[in-house]
Design a protein. Structure first.
Length: 80
């Protein structure tokens, strides 16, 4: 299989998603709260020019398990 940037991006996205799902499943376990604690990153650029205006909002919720999922996805991509 040919490696390219889009495949790596897809792997990282799927790894983040898998880590977030595992984090949601393990939220109820009290001993693993350090792995499931979520940090929110927000970015919202906006401009109102005379002719055009835009408003964009991006919010990312990261946990230790989602980052571990992304690292595992990069490792799997390199092993391909």
């Amino acid at each position: 299989m040919k490696k390219n940037g889009w495949i790596l991006f897809l792997f990282i996205l799927l790894g983040l998603l898998a880590g977030a799902l595992v984090s949601r499943w393990l939220e109820e376990v009290p001993g693993l709260s350090f792995l499931t604690r979520v940090t929110r990153v927000n970015w919202s650029p906006a401009a109102d020019l005379a002719v055009i205006s835009y408003d964009f909002k991006l919010s990312i919720n990261l946990s230790l398990l989602s980052i571990a999922g992304a690292i595992a996805a990069i490792w799997m991509y390199r092993k391909m």
